[in-house]
Design a binder for this molecule. Sequence first.
Ligand code: DX5
Ligand code: ZN
Length: 226
Amino acid sequence: MHDLVVSPSILSADFARLGDEVADVAPSVPWLHVDVMDGHYVPNLTIGQPVVKSLRAVTDRFLDCHLMISDPRTYAPQFIALGAESVTFHPEVDDDPLSIVHELHERGAHVGVALKPKLPLSLVEELLPHVDMLLVMTVEPGFGGQAFMTEVLPKIAEADDWRRANDASFRIEVDGGITVDTVAGTVAAGADTLVAGSAVFDRDDRSAAVRALLDAAIAARPTAGR
Ligand code: DX5
Ligand code: ZN
């Protein structure tokens, strides 16, 4: 069983003070979640390579880059070259996502695949033996601060069942609308890696915000499988 990890999404941070924001939250977390959007795969633009380069210079935290972009084959290697430890992409954008997984592994990164709320687990089943993480979106990708979609919970449980049945070891990350109220259901279903944007950065005390999420997650964690 993986350690529970909270990965704060810097999308909800104050970008004019990003270094301070990262320094504020970093002592409380091992990971930082970086949402890259291209205005094509999703109807929004956020940040790209220069920000990852600058982040790498000021933090040693594990950079968990979530690429909501149409061309991960071209751009994902660039994020790895700049120091991202993990890149997660949406596999339906490419005809041969497994070859992207292998190529990114060869470059030394952890590799994840992400599933939008309406896409079934079957879409990524062939990739699951090869990835380090499955990111299950619990909102439609594109924006922080949206409401959690409860209807995605069965897919998290299905992924956890698949992981156990196949003796696989990928993390299950949930992303979107994660709060102290919604995190328990995802952890009970099998999630171990918890992205939280507004639930962390909209609070004055980021350490307390992370602690509250972890406490709720620990309380909900199944002791010996579900
Ligand atoms: C949405 C992003 C999320 C987002 C989460 O497309 O992938 O990572 O920043 O923000 P909250 O936790 O506020 O829903
Ligand atoms: Zn994300």
